[in-house]
Design a protein around this ligand. Structure first.
Ligand SMILES: CC(C)=CCC/C(C)=C/CC/C(C)=C/CC/C(C)=C/COP(=O)(O)OP(=O)(O)O
Ligand SMILES: O=P(O)(O)OC[C@@H](O)CO
Ligand SMILES: [Mg+2]
Length: 251
């Protein structure tokens, strides 16, 4: 089943039903092609809601296409998480159309988006307008994206960026601690964004490795929880996180 054009409403319906959403992130460079189906099946059975596909280093278009195709069989949305314009695929349903708002390089704020927009139009991918805000450790994405990383505890600044994003019309706010970050996003920052930014869908990711942190971030107001590394490193742990998140109800 293809979900092109229906991904945003799929997400909104789940949120309106009081559910917390989980996205499983696959890095095409890190995942073994032969394992994708087996791994995907377990994640789906545990209750994951969608697949994010992306990575910063070493991702080829060919591998990206292959991974998306293998995941399509599960009937869940496949969403590209792009690090650059070369990672756009007609095989996906949607793309996080991200602007890295706290980058010092205009390329990551509007440049890549300018080049990508006509390609996305031609391919007919659904667009999820996303403010990408990198906080704390930041990981590889911060380095490559030349992010002026926001300190973990600077809630005032995180809130100001989030408000700015929403006032500019962005619907998704991705609070990113960086892939493999030693510390997740500060729950107090999520609380502040949740209670002050109207009608935004808050995505939280980076460094989520156990069910307690997943629960804490979701309780603070995260609408969508992303896990990446833990799926590659300890899939059983990842399944536990998903089950925990999916047992929760949003306030
Ligand atoms: C809209 C389009 C086409 C592009 C936007 C391009 C932007 C704004 C990129 C932001 C900067 C960036 C490099 C983001 C990367 C996001 C991503 C895919 C992170 C996944 O984590 P990895 O960086 O692969 O981490 P590890 O492999 O180390 O786990
Ligand atoms: O790999 P982890 O640490 O789960 O991070 C997920 C995602 O937010 C990275 O962009
Ligand atoms: Mg990666």
């Amino acid at each position: 089943m293809r979900l092109k054009g229906k991904v945003k409403s799929y997400i909104r319906e789940k949120l309106n039903d009081g559910k917390v959403i989980h996205f499983s992130l696959f890095d095409p460079d890190k995942v073994d092609e032969n394992q994708v189906y087996y791994l995907g099946k377990k994640l789906v059975e545990a209750g994951t809601d969608a697949f994010l596909i992306g990575g910063t280093l070493g991702v080829s278009q060919e591998k990206l296409d292959k991974i998306i195709s293998s995941l399509t069989e599960f009937g869940l949305p496949t969403i590209i998480f792009p690090s650059n314009v070369n990672l756009i695929s007609s095989k996906a349903d949607a793309i996080l159309f991200m602007s890295l708002l706290n980058s010092d390089d205009l390329y990551y704020v509007v440049g890549a988006q300018l080049v990508a927009a006509p390609i996305i139009k031609k391919l007919g991918l659904e667009v999820l307008p996303t403010a990408y805000i990198i906080i704390g450790h930041g990981g590889t994405a911060a380095h490559v994206g030349k992010a002026r990383v926001i300190p973990y505890e600077n809630i005032e600044l995180i809130l100001a960026y989030s408000l700015m994003a929403r006032y500019m019309g962005m619907e998704f706010i991705y609070l990113e601690a960086g892939s493999g970050a030693p510390k997740t996003i500060n729950p107090l920052a999520i609380k502040a964004v949740k209670s002050n930014v109207d009608d935004a869908i808050i995505i939280v990711g980076g460094g989520i490795r156990d069910e307690e942190s997943g629960k804490l971030l979701a309780s603070a107001g995260a609408d969508i929880i992303v896990t990446g590394n833990i799926i590659e490193q300890d899939s059983e742990k990842a399944l536990k996180i998903i089950k925990e998140i999916k047992s929760m109800r949003r306030k």
